[in-house]
Design a protein. Structure first.
Length: 151
């Protein structure tokens, strides 16, 4: 995996602060468990109230935590005055999202001045077993100097 140098020495605090204000992730019970330059991990426990009719975590929920992981991976490499918004993503669902917890890992593939490309996976953990649930390719836009979109 490529090693990236963050443009903001306080990237970790900025990412964690932004995540703490994301009420969608709070609603899902998702927590950020790892922040590194160009890589973020978000964990979410299995919850029956977030399932579809077959008892699997709904695909929209899986995609939400993975989109956030990719976005925060991009933010970790951006300048301190940048915000990040998703331009586009494609997701493939590999297996049903069922287990005791889900882990979404977002990783920067190519950072850029205005556009950053990320990839991500969601893994389901059931006991000691790990299963790939979904994989994503995402494009993020870096937006400078927008106080209304800070972080």
């Amino acid at each position: 995996m490529a090693r990236f140098e963050p443009r903001d020495p306080d990237f970790e605090a900025r990412v964690l602060d932004s995540f703490s204000r994301q009420t969608a992730m709070q609603t899902l019970g998702a927590v950020m468990v790892r922040v590194a330059p160009g890589e973020v991990e978000i964990e979410m426990p299995y919850r029956a109230d977030l399932t579809q009719q077959h008892g699997y975590i709904h695909g929209g929920i899986v995609t939400a935590i993975l989109d956030s992981a990719c976005g925060y991976a991009a933010l970790s490499l951006s300048a301190s005055d940048n915000a990040v918004l998703t331009i586009e993503y494609k997701v493939n669902f590999i297996a049903p999202a069922k287990g005791q917890r889900l882990l979404a890992r977002g990783t920067v593939v190519r950072p850029g001045a205005t556009v950053t490309v990320c990839k991500g996976d969601v893994l389901a953990y059931d006991g000691g077993e790990e299963k790939l649930v979904a994989t994503m390719l995402a494009t993020m836009m870096l937006i400078p100097d927008r106080r209304d979109l800070a972080g």
